[in-house]
Design a protein around this ligand. Structure first.
Ligand code: NDP
Length: 463
């Protein structure tokens, strides 16, 4: 075997890349990793983590309002954006340091540099102007927000939202996916007049219809404006504002327009074609079931492969990669039954099939649903309801899907994922005695089938 500088060279220090580098080094491999920005990648630096901190920040607005019903008088409450940004930046810098240290402590070599492929085993370090070689190369360069729309230069994207100098008075958010919905809640709760412009009839395409309806109603009650079925024309600067022109001829003015129209794989100018690595749809790297590219010693994981673009999936891909390459046990990533959460307020937690998808697949279904007013709002006075739904295969009683619209739905669905990965049936859900009074108990106390249509509102008041 030729004498390479490293056993493994990882390009990209995000969730997937760092995990693969650290674990491979711990398994005894000689590992190097290159990151051109900061360690932590999208999730830590400009995604999940700072976003969740923003969610916490914005949720205090509702907590402060809700506290009144519980006897609290809170005077002079004010929100200061620069304080949030400063504290968030400090937390992120700390986390980024932990990511970097994790690789160093495992004995990995770090290059703070842009790495591009020169050949199947050769990597060029752009700043250092030198080449290194490796037996195996792993590409984990993630993705970036798409700006593929006319007039995008007048808009911001989620990366920019984490560094705005001041909170705008008004914001238009374009898109109806995770990012648009999460940021709409963040900004509206922080006092920004927020409008979501979506090209389809209903936000969050791909999620269960009942959840989408419920979320839309709740968003509108919070004052978030929804402009649906809206094809976009262009964006232009007008005075201190940005004007979003719709194809219908209408226009919307706001201090900031944020594009949340999907993400693109980071594959440009990386020498991929030169090394023989084929790209698939939307410029993502094409991989087989073991995350191997069209070049046998080059692998790719995470968002750059555009399979299931979620941080924990990239980490799972990384673990499978290390087992395959350094554990000599070919391990395919399992992307089946992956739970996910949309950090709207309340959140959506989802796993498995939606009712619509299950019907399309030909299942005969028992649908269980509960729509109730959470106990907390008995005193807060907030006009907000929760919705939970189980999609069950009528023939086997197996739970095919679970959909939750409630506070902490992300926490709830994580535990449901354990049961569903074990193939739990509705009878097994029901065999678990409830923890009372909680929201989670609704998941084990649904008794009534709603084969078609919805449970009438109020059918399950307060658990
Ligand atoms: P999504 O793919 O989720 O949503 C993109 C949205 O933009 C869709 O509503 C889509 O409409 C719309 N859109 C796409 N192209 C255009 C266009 N040209 N003009 C107008 N609208 C358009 O992307 P996001 O940017 O919200 O998020 C990217 C990914 O990041 C997610 O898919 C997810 O994997 C990940 N993520 C996960 C989070 C979590 O786990 N909580 C949080 C944030 C991001 P249509 O529905 O019609 O296609």
């Amino acid at each position: 075997m030729p004498n390479y500088d490293f056993d493994l060279f990882v390009i990209g220090g995000g969730s997937g890349g760092v995990r693969a580098a650290r674990v491979s080094a711990e398994m005894g491999a000689r590992v190097a990793i290159a990151e051109e920005n900061r360690f932590g990648g999208t999730c830590v630096i400009r995604g999940c983590v700072p976003k969740k901190l923003f969610v916490y920040a914005s949720h205090y607005a509702e907590e402060l309002e809700d506290a009144r019903g519980y006897g609290w008088t809170i005077e002079g409450a004010r929100f200061d954006w620069p304080t949030l940004i400063r504290n968030k930046d400090r937390a992120i810098a700390h986390l980024s340091g932990i990511y970097r240290k994790a690789v160093e402590n495992a004995g990995g070599t770090i290059f703070e540099d842009r790495a591009v492929l020169k050949a199947a085993h050769t990597i060029h370090l752009v700043k250092a102007k030198r080449d290194v070689t490796a037996a195996t190369i792993l590409i984990a360069t993630g993705g970036k927000p798409s700006r593929n729309i006319a007039g995008a230069e007048n808009c911001i994207v989620s990366d920019d939202a984490f560094h705005l100098e001041k909170l705008p008075k008004s914001m238009v958010i374009v898109g109806g996916g995770y990012i648009a919905i999460e940021f709409a809640h963040i900004f509206q709760n922080l006092g920004v007049e927020t409008t979501v412009v979506y090209r389809g009839p209903k936000i969050l395409r791909g999620f269960d219809d009942d959840m989408r309806d419920m979320l839309q109603d709740t968003m509108q009650k919070k004052g978030i404006k929804l402009v649906l079925n809206a094809a976009l024309g262009s964006f232009e600067k007008k005075g201190g504002l940005v004007r979003a022109r719709l194809a219908s001829g209408e226009s919307l003015d706001a201090e900031q327009v944020m594009l949340a129209i999907g993400r693109e794989a980071n594959t440009a100018d990386m020498g991929l074609e030169q090394a023989g690595v084929a790209l698939g749809k939307h410029g993502a790297i094409q991989v087989d079931e073991l995350s191997r590219t069209t070049v046998p010693n080059i692998y790719a994981i995470g968002d750059v492969t555009d399979r299931l673009n979620l941080t924990p999936v990239a980490i799972h891909d990384a673990m499978c990669f290390t087992r395959t390459v350094f554990g000599h046990k070919p391990t395919k990533p399992d992307h089946n039954l992956v739970a996910t959460a949309v950090f709207s307020q309340p959140e959506i937690g989802a796993i498995g099939l939606t009712e619509e998808a299950a019907r399309t697949k030909g299942y005969t279904l028992d649908i269980y649903e509960t729509n109730y007013r959470p106990l907390r709002h008995a005193l807060s006075g907030r006009d907000e309801r929760a919705l939970m739904k189980l999609v069950v295969d009528a023939k086997t009683d197996r739970v095919l899907g679970c959909h939750i619209f409630a506070d902490e739905a992300g926490e709830l669905v994580q535990l449901v994922a354990v049961a569903m990965k074990m193939g739990a049936t509705k009878a097994q859900f029901s065999a678990a005695v409830a923890v009372h009074p909680t929201a989670a108990e609704e998941l084990v106390t649904m008794r009534r089938k709603v084969v078609a249509g919805r449970v009438p509102q109020g059918a399950n008041e307060i658990g």
